[in-house]
Ligand binder design. Sequence first.
Ligand SMILES: [Zn+2]
Length: 352
Amino acid sequence: MRGFAMRRIGEVGWVTREKPRPGPYDAIIRTLAVGICTSDQHTVYDGPLGELRLIMGHEAVGEVAEVGSEVKDFQPGDRILVGAVTPDWRTLECQRGWHQHSGGMLGAFKFTTTKDGVFAEYFHVNDADMNLARLPEAIPLESAVMVADMVPTGLHGVELAEPAFGAAVCVIGIGPVGLMAVAGAALRGAGMIIAVGSRPVSVEAAKHYGATHILNYKEGDIAHQVAALTGEQGVDAAIVAGGEKGGQGLFQAIRMTRPGGTIANVAYFSTGDTLPIPRADWGLGMGHKTIKGGLMPAGRHKLETFLSLLEFGRLDPARLATHVFHGMENIEEAWHLMRAKPADLIKPVVIY
Ligand SMILES: [Zn+2]
């Protein structure tokens, strides 16, 4: 079978692989649609994980092609969603409540890091009964594929931030993840929702998803702008979904949060050894500001719960799919489009 892979740091291309085989609890999925993600581009071009030579891609919907002897709830032909994160559910980390870190720090993020990803004709999923989610018929593929990573990652920013009803929330970065964080803050009942971004296509989408204010870093220091909007109080919670370079997103989030507030990071800091904390704005280390960061939650129950937001009309991520390609071979063009980031792009999707 064919796949689109990292060849070495800074280089991608097509490769040929044996079709994967399932272990007793696993499934082999025939890919139906994939999303292109900047995380993979960090992996290839920044090289934080080294020279992997693995098939890229971790956002997919598909059809079950084959299941292992112990898989009970799924069978060939089932239409499913797979999370970007696929935990090993029989681990101590899962028993402790941290499935994202089964097998070690970030261990459940397997695609493209420890095994081939989904930019292939077929791919392997461990623990199929626990990691596949049934896809309701009514949800179109380009929306469903957003629930592999963009929806759970963006909404997890909100889960970490825990805004109370009426809370002031700022979302830093309004790429697809930040936009889902804006939508999630609105769903959770935030009052003022400030979105930080400058690209017109993202600004329009942020307003659509519930942003009450838009701030552009080109128009002055973001923390000062937030202070001005909030009567010098700062926000109750800041969700970091961008500003990876030099940890600037995190730095600004700590600055703009009021004492007792929460900073929730879902951005991927792929370079640098340390991240900045502004001393004075952190109350000289005593500001009662909580800094959290977390990998998206996954597993069948969680994914099916997220899918119900789409099924019942609470959330429609279709607007994120600004560029929809048809045919697997277009992964290459979509990949380079994501890297070039033209003005009208939020997220490219490829339907096989
Ligand atoms: Zn992703």
